[in-house]
Design a protein around this ligand. Structure first.
Ligand SMILES: O=C(O)CCC(=O)C(=O)O
Length: 159
């Protein structure tokens, strides 16, 4: 809990349509939790930590950035069932502009990622394929002791 400003994030069990996503969430900068989005993805069975790491290492477009793997083009699409609204999000430059990057965070139990700004990605869409993760989202106006990606982009050398 962060002071008295804690708010919960609205949760739905079915993906919204693209227009609803834009109007009700994206345009209002309102985070949204879609429960069970990946529950029927082949990735849930296929992505075992060690094998996934070596699969990612074998793909030419993927770079191992230490804390995550990144690719500027889609990879492992056969393991993913992309919801319609997300296909539209990814094919439009309205939401992601030119910062679309696929990142794979392959972490072990009890991993903790420190607070950071993702200034190179105006919006972040994250799918928790396996396991659990607690997220703490903080207003950009709130000063935090964190490593700020304010002056540079981790993805710059991929362009
Ligand atoms: O999965 C994590 O530990 C961090 C993910 C994250 O920071 C991001 O997607 O920008």
């Amino acid at each position: 809990m962060i002071g008295d400003t804690e708010r919960s994030i609205p949760a739905v069990t079915a993906a919204p349509g693209y227009a609803e996503f834009l109007e009700s969430y994206c345009d209002k900068e309102q985070p949204l939790l879609i429960k069970g989005l990946a529950k029927s993805w082949p990735a849930r069975e296929k992505w075992i930590s060690k094998g996934l790491r070596s699969d990612l290492h074998s793909l030419p477009s993927v770079r191992d950035r230490g804390v995550f793997f990144v690719s500027r083009s889609p990879v492992l699409e056969q393991d993913i069932e992309m919801p319609e609204f997300l296909k539209e999000v990814l094919s439009s430059d309205r939401i992601m502009k030119d910062s679309v990057a696929w990142r794979f965070w392959v972490n072990s139990r009890n991993n903790r990622t420190e607070f950071h700004y993702d200034t190179n990605a105006e919006n972040v869409i994250t799918v928790q394929v396996k396991g659990r993760k607690e997220w703490v989202l903080v207003s950009p106006d709130t000063p935090l002791p964190c490593y700020p990606f304010t002056n540079f982009s981790l993805l710059k050398d991929e362009e």
